[in-house]
Design a protein around this ligand. Sequence first.
Ligand code: C2E
Ligand code: MG
Ligand code: MG
Ligand code: MG
Length: 279
Amino acid sequence: RAKDEGGGEHFAYEPMLHAHAEERRKLEYSLRRALENNEMSLHYQPVVDANDEHVVSFEALLRWNSKEHGFVGPDKFIPLAEDTRLIIPIGKWVLEQACIEATNWPSHIRVAVNVSGEQLIEPEFASTVVKALSSSGLDARRLEIEVTESIFLRDANVARAALEQVIALGCTVALDDFGTGYSSLGYLRKLSFSTIKVDRSFVQGAAQNSAESLAIIRAVVAMADSLEMTTTAEGVETAEEAEMIRELGCSKIQGYYFGRPMPALEARAIFDRAGRLIA
Ligand code: C2E
Ligand code: MG
Ligand code: MG
Ligand code: MG
């Protein structure tokens, strides 16, 4: 070990770790400048009503095309943004952009924005939402905030209070990726979620005839019904899966089958005035 050999150059003896830390440092350096360099954009993925397949909303999904690193996936840069608190300015920009873009859609189409725990527990969170709504002119009822169960792990009361503030404004809150990670049914009593998003892993499991996945989706739908919440199935990729999900009683469907996340200009063009998908 480096320490035993008395070397101060600890990292030199752990080349893998060093390479990883170096890569991360470079990524962070670029991420710090990503907004001002116009490298961030939002893509929008349609969510459809399970019964009539009309678009009801779009989920805003952040994309980063870095000059230095090319396309970097959110699964890579969002955790980095959270660790470095860059998620605060980035998340603010996402909220503002998504609200502006939604004003270009028919008024019954809503927009869903992912929000990290770090953003929620910022004292400024609710006022950031108020500003995004007022500067865009978007009706609060058209904005849904998506959070995951992880927000209840730390500062649960602060997170809940922040969400209650945006609910008071007229926004709704969805519980994203339900069933992964730290699921506890207790979380569902703590807040008036309007929607539970059933994680893609259960949809894929059910499509492969996993009895457990089927049972879990059934249970989530039954529970959501009795709590007066709706369900959205994530990650529906085929007509068969869409049919299965409809039969299981999920209210809404999101997935590549109905549309991939797409640039704002494309999203504007995919539905007619009635919100029907233009084939
Ligand atoms: P999420 O909120 O659960 O978003 C759904 C993810 O599933 C998206 O991945 C979407 O592209 C993908 N997806 C949708 N339909 C299908 C399908 O049919 N098949 C498959 N295989 N995948 C599908 P994406 O865009 O890579 O985002 C990953 C995660 O990054 C999101 O998961 C969310 O947790 C986070 N994220 C994205 N944008 C933001 C943001 O603006 N703020 C924050 N805090 N997190 C974000
Ligand atoms: Mg989401
Ligand atoms: Mg999700
Ligand atoms: Mg996810």
